[in-house]
Design a protein around this ligand. Structure first.
Ligand SMILES: [Zn+2]
Length: 477
């Protein structure tokens, strides 16, 4: 039933229904970029707030954003914004939503043997977006009724067939129709491979990784006894032809190796440390370290430290930190872990100190900034956290997580009007204008704003109401 809310949300967009007749003539054009973005945002909201496996981990999101950013900068014609996010699922999958939102299953990162393999899959997804495949697929469905169209959209989006979708409003629709529309066409696949390959190569990754990973997935699908096909293969059928094409393209290029980044090893270790029974996970990493069975010692020691934390063995985790650093473990993720170790030891001042120092070394790390602000809040240094957040929001006004932390800070200070104001910005940045407007109304009626603050709230309220009515108008076009 997980997907049903997404479908209902789509159904709740009356505008989409009204826009359908326009799609009839321009099937090749597909949905307008604005409509595409709006549909993507509504599904993202649903994933963020309702999907239990949505992995709201700033470090992982930061990693995917950096990797994805290298690809989108290299990709021709990638002018739009992209947002990469993670779903905690062991299946190998990645999927693109309308509007440039790209989801990655943690299983894909775990199954990949090199960073270039992850990059190859992401490059392919980015190409589906830049080539407007999703918009065109949805645009071609004009003969379908809205409920079916919405179900198809949601199914494509999350890259998996969901028989449970055939409920309620969708019960009338034929399940077979959804099934046949679920995968990208061969032409789209070929194009996404070709364009994705160019981006992969231009971004400096190993271009052979595309063929290698396709082969691996195809082998994996044959090996499974229950006949289950990995989600990725269901939406992006891998054929012998696709593998051969990828091999031929790579063969025509000079040999180029791409060393995996330390962050790739750390991210993989972090994900691995998070699965299984904590005690077993600790011994898995202990064995790996002892027998030197690892692609990177820093990764294995990071995993061991993280697993010890999860097993509530904070002192042992603390003792591991110097060994992790000696093994070459460095960077924002290692400092973030050091901060979590201090928190687990109950050393709040120590966490603030570690993270404050780390931010001097890595001033551009957003995950460290969040962790530092949270550590200040937990240490009761609300005023200091407030200054940090106010400065940071000024620098990064489009970062919803900073506004969220600021809302929490105002709540701790008992500043209710300001709290709702910050919360409004969180919703506005997630594309949810009605919820943002409601928060501003709450801010206005909180009663603790002064004249100046109330005028700011009124002005913002007016602005968002105008935006919202424009949005409604556009949808009626
Ligand atoms: Zn594809």
């Amino acid at each position: 039933m997980r997907l049903l809310p997404a479908v209902l949300l789509l159904l709740a967009l009356p505008a989409w229904g009204q826009a359908l007749p326009d799609l009839g003539g321009g099937g090749a054009e597909g949905l307008s970029p604005q409509m595409e973005r709006r549909i993507g945002e509504s599904i993202m909201r649903d994933i963020r707030f309702r999907e239990p496996n949505y992995l709201d981990d700033p470090e992982l999101i930061d990693y995917l954003g950096t990797l994805g950013g290298r690809l989108t900068q290299a990709a021709a014609g990638a002018r739009q914004d992209f947002e990469f996010f993670a779903i905690r699922e062991q299946t190998i999958n990645a999927f693109a939503l309308p509007g440039g939102f790209i989801g990655v299953h943690t299983g894909l990162i775990s199954a990949a043997e090199s960073e270039s393999e992850v990059a190859a899959v992401l490059a392919h997804e980015v190409a589906h977006v830049t080539q407007r495949h999703i918009a065109r697929m949805l645009g071609q469905q004009q003969q379908m009724q809205l409920p079916v169209l919405a179900a198809i959209a949601a199914a494509i989006l999350l890259g998996r067939a969901r028989p449970d979708l055939a409920q309620g409003a969708i019960a009338a629709a034929s399940g077979a129709a959804i099934q046949t529309q679920l995968s990208y066409s061969r032409d789209y696949e070929r194009e996404a491979d070709r364009i994705g390959f160019q981006a992969l190569e231009a971004a400096g990754y190993d271009p052979r990784a595309m063929a290698t990973f396709f082969e691996k997935m195809q082998r994996g699908s044959r090996a499974s006894d229950d006949g289950s096909v990995p989600g990725y293969l269901r939406t992006h059928p891998v054929t012998v032809e696709r593998i051969a094409d990828a091999q031929n393209r790579a063969a025509s290029l000079p040999y180029k190796q791409h060393p995996d980044s330390t962050d790739f090893q750390l991210v993989r270790a972090k994900l691995r440390a998070d699965v299984g029974e904590p005690r077993e996970t600790v011994s898995y990493f202990q064995t790996a370290v002892k027998e030197k069975r690892y692609p990177s010692e820093a990764g294995a020691r990071y995993g061991l430290t993280a697993a010890l934390l999860r097993a509530k063995r904070a002192k042992e985790a603390d003792a591991e930190m110097p060994r992790l650093r000696a093994a070459g473990g460095a960077g924002p993720m290692v400092e973030g872990l050091a901060g979590r170790v201090k928190q687990a030891l109950g050393d709040r001042a120590g966490a603030v100190a570690v993270l404050g120092e780390a931010r001097k070394r890595y001033p551009n790390s957003r995950p460290l900034l969040y962790a530092h602000a949270e550590a200040l809040q937990e240490a009761g240094k609300t005023a200091e956290a407030g200054t940090l957040l106010t400065d940071s929001v000024r620098l990064h006004p489009r970062d919803p997580r900073l506004h969220q932390l600021q809302a929490k800070n105002y709540a701790a200070l008992g500043k209710r009007a300001a709290q709702h104001q910050s919360q409004a910005e969180v919703y506005a940045l997630h594309g949810s204008l009605p919820a943002a407007i409601e928060q501003l109304q709450l801010a206005r009626s909180a009663g603790d704003g002064d004249f100046y603050q109330n005028s700011v709230i009124d002005a913002r309220l007016k602005e968002l109401r105008t935006l919202h009515s424009e949005e409604l108008k556009d949808q009626k076009k």
